[in-house]
Ligand binder design. Structure first.
Ligand code: PAF
Length: 281
């Protein structure tokens, strides 16, 4: 496994591989890797000749400084996991390397970066777009792999690909879950044992939303039920629980307004913000 920290050295290496007609799969991460990330590496390895994984905690996508400071950093463990997964190339740049100057670009995603996560984390998706476009410019991947836990992020990245005319194919991979159902996330390691017990109610409620839909309940009834379940339990601070058109992420009042439906949740357990989603089709 090759490790690069400098942009020009990685580019020099990749240009040669591209000349040899090797296809490049890319898995951008912020480190603190878990089995979900490794499943993205495995997907890339299955369909591309070479897999590049980046590890970079991108400061421009954190609207809350404390969240950035708290974000788990486990570089040695990450490298071990990537080596075991037979990842070919790791890119671990410094902040100075990625942002020698302040990135002033503002992307226009219309309503998409202003709702849900964008509403609760202003500027977050602009920061994601800044770093992903920089990484795409460096790696020029044939395919890039993202987890569907970050459903809105995947939509933003697809919009970015259109906006900047990238030829990279965006591959969305399923969310991996721990045995208790909690969606795998680097942030889960920050939960203490008590909070972890509380957090596992999230996937249960998402499943409940799905079975209520299957039983014929409409959007308002499901929302009221889930929110009141959360309120009853306490220990949560809900940012949103909502049901949307899965293609546009526009909020629904009734299932009849769209063909594909998705329920999305974001809430704090203690100081840790968790997100999850479930397809209701
Ligand atoms: O999903 C993440 O880990 C990050 O948002 C990403 C895509 C690596 C950009 O920093």
């Amino acid at each position: 496994m090759l490790i690069f920290t400098k942009i020009d050295e990685l580019q020099y290496f990749l240009v040669q591989k591209k000349a040899e007609k090797k296809s490049i799969g890319f898995v951008p991460t912020m480190g603190a890797l878990h089995a979900g990330h490794i499943s993205l590496i495995n997907s890339s390895k299955k369909s591309c000749d070479l897999t590049v994984c980046s590890i970079f905690v991108n400061p421009t996508q954190f609207n809350d400084k404390k969240d950035l400071e708290r974000y788990p950093k486990t570089p040695e463990r990450d490298l071990e996991m990537l080596k075991k997964a037979a990842c070919d190339i790791v890119f671990m740049p410094s902040a100075q390397e990625m942002y020698p100057e302040k990135d002033e670009r503002v992307f226009d995603f219309g309503y998409l970066d202003k709702i849900l996560e964008g509403d609760h984390r202003p500027g977050h998706f602009n920061g994601v777009a800044q770093i992903v476009s920089r990484l795409f410019d460096i790696v020029k991947p044939d395919k890039a792999f993202f987890g569907s836990k970050d459903y809105q992020q995947v939509m933003i990245i697809k919009a970015l690909v259109e906006l900047l005319h990238y030829t990279t194919e965006i591959v969305t991979c399923p969310t991996l879950r721990d045995p208790d159902g909690l969606a795998m996330s680097s942030r889960n390691t920050l939960l203490n044992a008590k909070e972890r017990e509380v957090a596992k109610i999230i996937p249960k409620l998402m499943q409940e939303a799905k079975s209520l839909k299957d039983k014929g309940k409409d959007v308002t009834e499901i929302k009221e039920h889930i929110v009141s379940e959360l309120n009853m339990r306490g220990n949560y601070e809900l940012d949103y629980f909502t049901i949307c058109d899965a293609r546009t992420l526009k909020e629904l009042k009734s299932f009849s307004e769209a063909k594909e439906h998705i329920a999305l949740i974001a809430c704090y357990v203690g100081k840790i913000r968790l997100i999850d989603n479930i397809s209701l089709n």
